[in-house]
Write a protein that binds this ligand. Sequence first.
Ligand code: NAD
Length: 453
Amino acid sequence: MNIAIIGSGYVGLVTGVCLAHIGHHVICIDNDPEKIKKLNAGKVPIYEPGLEDLIRKYRRMKRLVFSGSIAGAVKKSEVIFIAVGTPSKQNGDADLTYIENVAREIARHMDSYKLLVEKSTVPAQTGNRIERTVRLNLPAKYRKDGARPFAFDVASNPEFLREGSAIEDFMNPDRIVIGVESSRAEKLLREVYKPLKARVVVTNLASAEMIKHASNSFLAAKISFINAVAQVCDRVGADVEKVAEGMGYDKRIGRAFLNAGIGYGGSCFPKDVDAFIRLAEKSGYDFRLLKSVRDVNEQQKAAFIQLIEDKLWIIKDKTIAVWGLAFKANTDDMRRAASLDIIRSLRAEGARVQAYDPKAMVNARYELKDIKFCADAYAALKGADCLLVLTEWDEFLKVDLARARGLMRQAVVFDGRNFCDREAFTAGGFEYYGIGRGETVKTTTGAAACGKK
Ligand code: NAD
């Protein structure tokens, strides 16, 4: 099939290359001329494992092309995926400006049946607004009284890929969700995904839009739940890792997303939780549960800073080493990374920060102007009063701990992801603090507070 993808970011590029891989002819569009220039020169503007090789392969086979022209792409394609950003507004609403712009521009170049597919994460009801926008912006000849415009459809096909394993996730999805209002649209989308042989869930438009927001919010809730549990673990001498393991074997619960840490970040969870809260609010429902999910997530970063202060005492003029900046491992994405808030707080207190990340330092430089970026994990440790592990990159597991300890002024590690080998660090002479591991018992019940056993 001939398919256009409007928006060639993390989702658009992966969708484009994977659809080419399963046999389609794909045009990826972006309105950032630099991005298109890079892609046409064989350079991939983001880091995603396996992406560069596949792009090279399908460009060579002419199944994947990059362009800045929506007009050409609309003319050539029957199915048009919209994969532009839907960032947060100040009040938490999803900012749908890019969606509206794209819908308008697609409409202006339409001259035959097209299926417009929302790939971006959008609040329920967005599909209806896209449809209206298209109708209002069709070429003048189709808007005249008595003129019979051709049919078109709007569908929702939310994306569930995770950065860092995006290609694998796209090619082997747990399910494909298709939100449609016509059998023609359903038939076309089933055809697009036929080679994947995945379970397909067909719903109406609004339900498909809701599935994405509800899924991301549920996952965020799982993270905040275990983070709240971790807070209690620390106070009562329990180890949240063991608690999560014991809970996770229960098939009704599952172990995934029960990793305590410095909270979720990234371009999706924070904005999607906000947008879902706002959608509920506007529909007349106060989604207090989700508001708490968001609050716990914020508290988690504050608690981490507090822990560092408790152990280091004065932060001012301390040298703090940071391993990992990206919001998660295997990506260079810094959008709403927890590391940003933590580093900014420490800088505001007067700490010197020297950081290393295997892939995200180029992007991090735009966000963090006043820290030192280091060439490798060891360089970040030189003269440091403590080490913060903020992203779970495998590379950090291979560090020679004796060498690491020799470089630091104080061998103290705060593992914000419960990722490092606690026993190895402790045996190597480090003071190790994880999240909710029970090392920092804060019991303040009467007897303990008075020092009585
Ligand atoms: P992104 O910012 O990486 O990519 C969006 C791209 O759209 C950019 O390259 C931008 O230049 C382009 N764009 C904006 N306006 C345009 C226009 N008028 N014409 C052409 N191109 C235009 O964003 P992303 O991370 O790929 O996310 C896109 C959407 O997918 C969001 O709604 C997001 O919530 C959703 N999503 C993201 C992920 C993820 O892991 N990143 C996963 C699932 C869903």
